[in-house]
Ligand binder design. Structure first.
Ligand code: C2E
Ligand code: CA
Ligand code: CA
Length: 411
């Protein structure tokens, strides 16, 4: 075969063999120019069954399994082909969508089965290998099927109003008054009871459903805000204009072109000031599409919304990008808070994060604060807000209203 090739494009000279019957292949080829003949049988008994020209894909079965090639493909003119190998094909399919991957594999599998019914006399599929391939595909199909079922459940749950938001107080470190809440989603499952986000958020994030859920959360929060304002008792709450509720954003939201208008609509619908809504964006997700993220977040900030960088310290991203995103707040992840009293390096990190945030004029929320000792330490280092079980766990709307009118139970 010619050596004049790049990663995907290969030049095959007249008379050269691209695919050899009986050999195991890993690639399919799209013919860009030239013609091939397709032969079955070996040596003198081989016969041409077809020819293939530009635009035709050949050898595609190699993309799903490693059965021997069933025909020989030989160039009858100088040709150029584009190679697609199995690993690349699987990676691309997998990146797109698990369901699409399953459907594609099933179609290819059925196609092979149909082809094998039409196979020329004398050709046999090696049975042992075929079984292995079928099993592997069936397992993949089962996983994907399970995923379809779960996503359908989530879709129905949204329709049936089974999702609600719990509210966890965020407390001003200096005044110990409630500064706001983080809204955390729960699924009131008719059979399984109250479900936490770890059993559905990640799955929703693999589909378009997550954007619907974010907007649902925003709507729920803005509606709740109207009642919160009525319940607020100055004694326990920061001034009304400083009070906020945080909504968790998903990375998918950041690439939703229509999101900005929908946010605007929701704020107007409930007459909520944009500054009273904080969007929390997880650090590790930002770098998936940094430019898009920056653009959407900047637009949100221009509207007056506040942006928090969530789970800070877990994303392994460079600190240098921090100032290029429009963040108002930084949330120190609970994994550092829970270790800082016993682990010197976690404490050093917490202090460094606080210094960094302050130098970038960002306010700091410490999350997952469970113990008084942690609270004291964080106050000493001038963290602005505290969120954690030391004050309160996430609670339903009605309890959140009680906190606003009567204060937190332990303070
Ligand atoms: P997160 O945004 O980091 O939220 C904080 C999580 O820590 C919550 O878990 C909260 O209940 C828990 N937590 C708060 N204080 C403490 C503490 O003192 N100790 C311990 N051990 N845990 C504490 P939750 O409610 O299970 O939520 C888990 C994650 O699910 C959230 O992590 C967030 O990433 C995601 N999530 C929740 N609601 C939504 C939502 O509406 N949309 C999206 N996209 N994600 C959400
Ligand atoms: Ca969060
Ligand atoms: Ca967090």
């Amino acid at each position: 075969m010619s050596t004049r090739s790049n990663a995907f494009r290969k030049e095959i000279l007249n008379g050269e063999t691209l695919i050899k019957e009986g050999e195991v292949g890993e690639s399919a080829y799209l013919i860009e120019s030239g013609h091939f003949e397709i032969l079955i049988g070996k040596g003198k008994t081989s016969s041409r069954i077809n020819t293939a020209g530009p635009g035709t894909i050949i050898g595609e079965m190699a993309l799903i399994d490693d059965l021997p090639r069933t025909a020989t493909v030989r160039a009858i003119t100088d040709c150029v082909v584009i190679e697609v190998n199995r690993a690349e094909f699987s990676r691309r399919l997998h990146d797109v969508d698990a369901v699409l991957e399953m459907i594609m594999k099933v179609i290819l599998k059925r196609y092979r089965e149909t082809l094998s019914l039409l196979k020329p006399a004398g050709y046999k599929n090696p049975p042992a290998r075929k079984v292995a391939v079928v099993e592997k595909e069936d397992i993949a199909a089962l996983d994907a099927f399970d995923e379809i079922m779960k996503i359908t459940d989530i879709k129905n749950a949204l329709k049936n109003d089974e999702f609600i938001l719990y509210f966890q107080p965020i407390v001003c470190a200096k005044s110990e008054k409630i500064a706001g809440f983080e809204a955390l989603m729960r699924w009131q499952h008719p059979e399984k009871g109250l479900l936490f986000p770890d059993s559905f958020i990640m799955l929703a994030e693999t589909s378009e459903l997550i954007s619907e859920m974010t907007l649902f959360a925003l709507d729920y929060v803005c509606k709740a805000m109207q009642t919160f304002k009525q319940k607020m008792n100055k004694k326990y709450i920061v001034p009304e204009d400083d009070f906020f509720v945080s909504v968790n954003f998903s990375v998918k939201d950041l690439s939703d072109e229509t999101l900005f208008d929908k946010i605007n609509e929701t704020l107007k619908k409930y007459d909520v000031k944009p500054g009273q809504i904080h969007f929390e964006v997880v650090e590790s997700l930002l770098m998936e599409e940094p430019e898009k993220a920056k653009e959407t977040l900047t637009k949100c900030q221009e509207l007056g919304l506040h942006i928090s960088i969530d789970d800070f310290g877990t994303g392994y991203s460079s600190l240098s990008y921090l100032h290029s995103f429009p963040f108002n707040l930084l949330k120190i992840d609970k994994s550092f808070v829970s270790k800082m009293l016993h682990d010197e390096s976690s404490l050093v990190l917490v202090k460094a994060i606080i210094t960094l945030a302050k130098s970038l004029n960002m306010e700091i929320i410490a999350e997952g604060v469970e113990y008084v000792e942690e609270l004291m330490m964080l106050k000493q280092h001038e963290v602005d807000f505290i969120q954690g079980y030391c004050y309160a766990k996430p609670v339903p709307f009605e309890t959140a209203c009680e906190y606003l009118s009567s204060g937190l139970p332990l303070s």
